[in-house]
Design a protein around this ligand. Sequence first.
Ligand SMILES: Nc1ncnc2c1ncn2[C@@H]1O[C@H](COP(=O)(O)OP(=O)(O)OP(=O)(O)O)[C@@H](O)[C@H]1O
Length: 339
Amino acid sequence: MSTIRLEHIAHRFGKRRVLDDIDLDIEQSEFLIVLGASGCGKTTLLNLIAGLLTPESGRILFSGRDVTAQDVSRRNVAYVFQDYALYPHMTVEENIRFPLENMKWSKASMEVQVEETLERLHLADVRGQIPAQLSGGQKQRVAIGRALVRDPAVFLFDEPLSNLDPQLRDHLQVELKHLHRQLGKTFVYVTHDAHSAMVLGDRVAFLSGGRIRQVASPAALYREPAALEIARFFGFPPFNVLEQQGLNQLFQEPIPKTAVKAGIRSEHVRILPDETGICQVLWVQSLGDRTFATVSLGGVSLCGVCEYSDLREGERVAVHIDKNNMMYFDEEDFRITDC
Ligand SMILES: Nc1ncnc2c1ncn2[C@@H]1O[C@H](COP(=O)(O)OP(=O)(O)OP(=O)(O)O)[C@@H](O)[C@H]1O
């Protein structure tokens, strides 16, 4: 039985429907990512799971129990916010202890639990400091500690790492993944960052237009996206998309009848030195370990991996496309799977 089940959930703010017919099963102990563009309704979905909002229609079940009408205090969930939401005048230790005082824990068990949480999150050295004296990463650890200390069944995270610089974010992502393994609890984590989704998630639910478009492992979402918008959400440099004209130029062999677009990731396009090549380099991006070049072929531009890094703009090159990794999309931008 799944920990959390959302059945036909819809929600609106005023006249605007933000979520529509959401069905989602979140498994016991899984790390589920809700991924989508800014404003697509991720926080609203998390607030509904937490019990901070009541859906307009549909049901929310926790371990088979209908909790739709129950408020946050009865759901045994902990919520970690993007902006930390720490008490500014309390020390790290007091911030972490506060939820237990609220729940009227005994002094002795409270001390054991607070101590363990401080150790687990490497906060023991800064226990006496107030939030203004902490780095962003430490503040976020305190926020996680405050959620952890209550030992809830479910953890909800709303973009908790998006205020941090990339190195710190990567570091905390690893810590969070370890924490998830150690605790064995259910984590639901919303983000607009495909990179975080890939690193953290056991599964990713892609939300767009108020609906869940696909739920799959990060690798499956990357390799077998259900639609063009999902393919485009992942990967850098951006996913190459060829419309009808490009398709006709590049492919002599038949393409699926219903295909109106094709797409390929840049790692499956190789740019090769060739003075007689029919493509011209438009620009070159070096990432240190790899170099990508965008080339033009007639009116079509394509980004691919360069075999050598001293490529110049305007140079002539050949392009090799690994057609086995080509994806085709129909009129409604859904990926065609029977090809
Ligand atoms: N209390 C509210 N009243 C009216 N509209 C709201 C309210 N909360 C959210 N919205 C609107 O609902 C839509 C979804 O908001 P939500 O915060 O769930 O999106 P999100 O995907 O979490 O966005 P972001 O990634 O930017 O945080 C947005 O258009 C937002 O403006």
